[in-house]
Design a protein around this ligand. Structure first.
Ligand code: GRF
Length: 188
């Protein structure tokens, strides 16, 4: 099964996923889709010899050109790992049950538009939450809304800054995301 990772950031999750599926019998990361020129994830793609599809907003939201490209490359599932645009309906409809996202908090808390990166961790700290974590879920046409597949928790400690909490969450993501993708895609 060919996976496309959609990512626009540093790509540390993408790297973990690529590592897990090297020489995997059923799953291959065949494409990185990126909407930000020069994003760290494009360097990872180059090092790993994985092609990059650079996408533009106008085309993404107003045509199905990229869907045709995904289909032409035999992409069968999509993993969002730091991709900030909401997915258009045509894309969600084309991959039912085959699009996964990771969110760096315990949904349904601290999700939705604008809740990404340190905005999320700031909100967790401002709310006085005693714990945070990660949520891996299916993607629908709304932000952070699809059915939850997996959550893992970690404490929020006194004195935490958004940066410190982000690092704790990143560890959780790297520990669980590749495995949960594998289990989900290989059993559905
Ligand atoms: C992760 O924290 C993920 O939860 C969020 O975007 C971040 C991507 O980080 N959706 P990285 O680029 O994989 O390091």
């Amino acid at each position: 099964m060919n996976i496309a990772i959609f990512a626009s950031g540093t790509g540390t999750n993408a790297q973990e996923i690529i590592n897990r599926f090297k020489n995997h019998p059923h799953l291959t990361v065949s494409l990185i889709v990126c909407n930000k020129k020069g994003a760290g994830v494009t360097n990872i793609a180059a090092t790993e010899n994985i092609p990059v599809l650079s996408i533009e907003k106008e085309v993404f939201f107003n045509s199905d050109q990229y869907l045709l490209e995904l289909k032409a490359k035999n992409i069968e599932c999509i993993v969002l790992a730091g991709f900030l645009w909401k997915l258009p309906g045509y894309l969600v409809a084309a991959y039912p049950g085959r699009i996964l996202n990771i969110h760096p908090a315990l949904l349904p808390r601290h999700g939705g538009k604008g809740m990404w990166g340190n905005h999320v961790h700031k909100a967790v700290l401002e709310a006085g939450d005693k714990e945070s974590g990660i949520t891996i879920h299916y993607v629908d046409e709304h932000y952070d809304n699809g059915a939850i597949i997996f959550q893992a928790r970690c404490p929020v400690l006194p004195g935490d800054t958004p940066e410190v909490l982000a690092e704790r969450i990143h560890h959780l993501e790297h520990e669980h995301f590749p495995r949960v993708i594998e289990e989900t895609l290989c059993t559905s």
